[in-house]
Design a protein around this ligand. Sequence first.
Ligand SMILES: Cc1cc2nc3c(=O)[nH]c(=O)nc-3n(C[C@H](O)[C@H](O)[C@H](O)COP(=O)(O)OP(=O)(O)OC[C@H]3O[C@@H](n4cnc5c(N)ncnc54)[C@H](O)[C@@H]3O)c2cc1C
Length: 384
Amino acid sequence: MIFTPEHDAIRNTIAQFVDKEINPFADQWEEEGIFPAHELFKKMGDLGLLGIARPVEFGGMGLDYSYEVVFSEELGRIRAAGVGMAIGVQTDMATPALANHGSDQLRQEFLVPAIAGDMICSIAVSEPHAGSDVSAIKTTAVKDGDDYIINGTKMWITNSTQADFICLLVNTSDNGPHANKSLIVVPMNLPGISLSEKLNKLGMRSSDTAQIFFDDVRVPRRYLIGEEGAGFRYQMEQFQEERLYAAAGNLKMMEFVINDTIEYTRQRKAFGKSILDNQVVHFRLAELQTEIECLRALTYDAVEGYINGQDVTLKASMAKLKTGRLSREVTDSCLQYWGGMGFMWDSSVARAYRDGRLASIGGGADEVMLGIISKHMGIMPKRG
Ligand SMILES: Cc1cc2nc3c(=O)[nH]c(=O)nc-3n(C[C@H](O)[C@H](O)[C@H](O)COP(=O)(O)OP(=O)(O)OC[C@H]3O[C@@H](n4cnc5c(N)ncnc54)[C@H](O)[C@@H]3O)c2cc1C
């Protein structure tokens, strides 16, 4: 991928924004278990950062996805990954299907304010009994005149305690599990919607996560995204951006962990020399940096295919898999070289260790990625 001065300009804008508007508050937001999404997203919306690759007519910048990947990569410098994840939910997880398949009226009503930072959104796919197996969700939307009536429960929904609307995956018919699903935009202030307490997580603590309950929630049928019954396909498409965002977003986070570790081990002495001066330590860091560079190349390659309109399911899944694996490897290896200091809750490496663990679970676990890759390789046994 070739980066231009325009890419550099976006990169610099984001770096400055993160250093001024996010990192000074990262510890506070981690402590509070939430960040002020409306306030922060509005500032980002004012700079045009929430719609880099979205159409100009809906308030976006109309740039190609290479600029979005620069955005996501640079957000990796946030010292509380939960905030970067929450931003990604808004830009690359909850809104791609709306942007690509929503009617103009729906996009005016929800995409425009999401890009402006006036509305916060969530993507609601997972349920208490169905995470990896998306086809097994049970939430239903039944037609009643001009409305749908929604019943069910969604689990682990990022941004949900602050969201103004969600992009909800539901079953709208009794057809087979890949043909019975639809995506519907649901405003969160409707009667019949309630939330659990904020969930107490191992990591990503600055991001709010909750369960959402739907009890006879009435939504106009015009809030359907695209065609009824196409929701499973739209969600699989939408996952591509989510996975590319996750891959790009973890690169800088891992590099910060390595840099922090270099700094710490350079000044920390044992047996008369810096920890860093042990070959086993600096060779390991060099190896991890090399692995990150390989992942960066794979991610950029997948993004290039995506920009050219190719189906990048295979490469995006490989990049997502490698991101999860490598996040764990980098944070675990680095934490080791910090010794007891790495085991302290407030050390930067411990936070990255906790936050980075999600990459192997959220947005499709490693094993789900391996399943997709196996299918593309033709080595997955047929079901049933
Ligand atoms: C902090 C956080 C934020 C999240 N945010 C959102 C959100 O905003 N919106 C949303 O919809 N969801 C969200 N999720 C849910 C997330 O996408 C799911 O947790 C994930 O898809 C895994 O589903 P599950 O937890 O139900 O695991 P399960 O499906 O119960 O699987 C458990 C484990 O089994 C293994 N496994 C699964 N399938 C296979 C297989 N075929 N072969 C071998 N092993 C397998 C995997 O190791 C997997 O981790 C979030 C989760 C967390 C923790």
